[in-house]
Ligand binder design. Structure first.
Ligand code: NAD
Length: 263
């Protein structure tokens, strides 16, 4: 299937590693011109080089922290300026710290809101004039299954990401008339640095081994294993594609069947 991404330009946030990088890689593999952002220049350049080598596509690395409004805006503007257009924006950031409700104060909540909600909002806001100008667009937010089924010890993620889903569903209504689709992809446990850090923290907090902490997550997944980033990137690429032109307002889990709710 030709995804129809050859003439498209994509901006993928927080893509030095993990799910953002996997998404950028797959978009580049399908022929899109891709810009990526991250905070650490050396890691970001290495990610761009990895994607270039794997796909033969040129990748534009732009150092930007999505928690900073000006840097997030600059990432989008420089992408559109460099390639002369923008068709696809993939919003992403790191995850908030793990912990229980009583572990966190006002600043922790503001930081989590900035990291996962406001970053999404500001990347979309900056991209919107360019998507409208292109006459069509794809907005894909990387969120979490925690917005569908709360996860133990992850109150910040559980609460803030539900707000992101509210934003995505609203924008699917508001931006549909502009031929812009707005969807979220909700990862379940997929083996990245983030998940390894969560296993370590759970192991320490519960006095169990890393392997036991990992096994406790795997038990919740009907497929009986963790996901791999290369099983996530193609889902983002598909939603970004011409072939997904009638999919709008979907909050799609990529979780091996972990979420049990009917919705
Ligand atoms: P990760 O922590 O492994 O990688 C995140 C990447 O984003 C890193 O390259 C990091 O440097 C970059 N980054 C972090 N903060 C940034 C910022 N402020 N500005 C720019 N770049 C930034 O995370 P991941 O596993 O790739 O997950 C991506 C998102 O999906 C996170 O929000 C995470 O919480 C969420 N998620 C992941 C999983 C999973 O199992 N991997 C499950 C559910 C939700």
């Amino acid at each position: 299937m030709d995804l129809g991404l050859h003439d498209k330009v994509a901006a993928v946030a927080a893509a030095s590693s993990g799910l953002g990088k996997a998404s950028a890689l797959e978009l580049a593999r399908e022929g899109a011109r891709v810009a990526i952002c991250g905070r650490n220049e050396a890691r970001l350049r290495q990610a761009a080089e990895d994607i270039r080598q794997a796909t033969g596509s040129e990748v534009l690395p732009i150092v930007a922290d999505v928690t900073d409004p000006e840097e997030a805006r600059r990432f989008i503007e420089q992408t559109a300026e460099h390639w002369g257009r923008l068709d696809i924006v993939v919003t992403n950031a790191g995850g908030p710290p793990a912990g229980l409700f009583e572990d966190f104060d006002e600043k922790d909540w503001l930081d989590a809101f900035n990291l996962n909600f406001l970053s999404t909002q500001r990347l979309i806001k900056a991209a919107l004039p360019h998507l409208k100008k292109a006459g069509s667009g794809r907005i894909i937010a990387i969120t979490s299954v925690s917005a569908k089924q709360v996860l133990d010890n992850l109150v910040l993620s559980n609460a803030v990401r539900a707000g992101v889903h509210g934003l995505i569903k609203t924008l699917a209504q508001e931006l549909g008339p502009y031929n812009i689709t707005v969807n979220a992809v909700c990862p379940g446990p997929i083996l990245t640095e983030r998940l390894i850090a969560l296993f370590r923290r759970n192991a320490e907090a519960q006095g169990i081994t890393f392997e036991e902490a990992q096994a406790a997550w795997v038990r919740q997944i009907p497929l009986g294993r963790l996901g791999k980033p290369e099983e996530f990137g193609p889902v983002v690429a598909f939603l970004a594609s011409e072939r997904a032109s009638f999919i709008n307002g979907v909050l799609l889990q990529v979780d091996g069947g972990m979420v049990k709710a009917v919705m």
